[in-house]
Design a protein around this ligand. Structure first.
Ligand code: GLY
Length: 349
């Protein structure tokens, strides 16, 4: 078992390699009442109905990004009211990143803050979404534009959930792991470069998750509210989020981020001279795991429009995270549309 501590507005542990049912029993022993939030397929696959009692309710969510709506948030608050959740009670997310984002935001807003726990079931949630206390919703204006920084009381990662994950979902989560390798956790790249395909990566999952979670925990502990340092976790995400919006969330987050990572590598080459070998490593690693690395040329004007509304933008200035070299992220503050077009020209199909 690996355990790392996050120090934010509260301290909490991210434990990798636990048994989720044991952890859940521990959580339920601390709180008088609780609501478990999970999408239907997770409820069925892991027999969550059996956990219901007079103290513990199950709140079923739609799948994917569809659960991160104002309507679902309101429906969840109604359930908190119906179960009389008080400030000593808790909500527990069992699911992927969308479930942890919504559950965390319900916890942040109900009674101005109750405890919440994350039991992530996807690789993407284990290495990214469940850790760090970014909670929130999507609106018509864009992804994650409404939310709160609100830490969980614990993140419990049982890697046996990964056995039920499709290769496509596993690879999508791997995009975030690869990102972490590029921005600072060298051991991740060392491990992945030595593999040939997903079958060779799956046995490394626990080590890769522990490395990714440990890196993220350090960054979040240094800058919980994303004053600056935490922005490095956004490497590849500025274009990635714009692609997700363009695709109406039909691409996996990690698939859009994979394209965004290659773009970020190319933009780093244009803006700060990242060497060609490092850029090539982005393409070769991501395509090895069958992640996309290209996007249509015709989409650029729409993508630029969306990137102007990115949370890192300041006034009219689009900002990106780039790399000076592998492991050394940098802030690209004064990027021109010409530089974006040049970099995008190298990733467009
Ligand atoms: N997913 C990026 C962050 O948590 O800051």
């Amino acid at each position: 078992m690996h355990s790392v501590e996050v120090v934010a507005e509260r301290r909490y542990a991210v434990e990798v390699g636990i048994l989720w049912r044991e952890k859940l029993e521990e959580i339920l022993a601390i709180h008088q009442r609780a609501i478990i939030f999970a999408p239907q397929f997770v409820v069925e696959r892991f027999s969550l109905e059996g956990l219901v009692s007079d103290r513990v309710l199950l709140h079923i969510l739609p799948e994917g990004e569809n659960q991160k709506t104002i309507h679902e948030w309101e429906r969840a608050l109604d359930r908190c009211a119906a179960h009389n959740l008080t400030r000593s009670d808790a909500v527990i997310a069992i699911g992927g990143g969308a479930t942890t984002d919504l559950t965390g935001f319900v916890a942040a807003s109900w009674l101005r803050g109750i405890a919440w726990y994350a039991i992530p079931t996807t690789l993407a949630a284990m290495v990214d979404a469940a850790i760090g206390g970014k909670t929130g919703l999507n609106t018509v204006h864009g992804k994650n534009l409404v939310g709160a920084f609100y830490s969980p009381a614990g993140v419990y990662i049982d890697i046996s959930f990964l056995d039920s994950l499709s290769d496509r979902d596993f690879a999508a989560g791997l995009a975030e792991v690869i990102k972490t390798g590029f921005i600072g956790e060298a051991k991740i790249l060392e491990l992945l470069v030595a593999t040939r395909d997903l079958n060779e990566v799956r046995p490394l999952a626990e080590e890769l998750i522990a490395l990714s979670a440990g890196f993220k925990a350090r960054v979040v502990s240094g800058d919980f509210r994303e004053g600056r340092l935490r922005e490095i976790l956004n490497y590849g995400h500025t274009l990635g989020h714009a692609i997700e919006k363009a695709e109406k969330f039909q691409l996996r987050h990690g698939e859009a981020v994979a394209i965004g990572l290659v773009f970020a590598g190319e933009l780093s080459s244009v803006a700060v001279g990242l060497d060609a070998e490092a850029v090539a490593l982005h393409r070769s690693l991501l395509s090895r795991f069958e992640l996309p690395t290209q996007y249509p040329a015709s989409a650029l004007p729409m993508l630029i429009e969306t990137m102007r509304g990115d949370k890192k933008a300041r006034g009219d200035q689009m900002r990106f995270i780039g790399l000076e070299s592998i492991g050394t992220p940098t802030w690209l503050e004064a990027i021109t549309v010409d530089q974006i077009s040049q970099a995008y020209g190298r990733i467009s199909s």
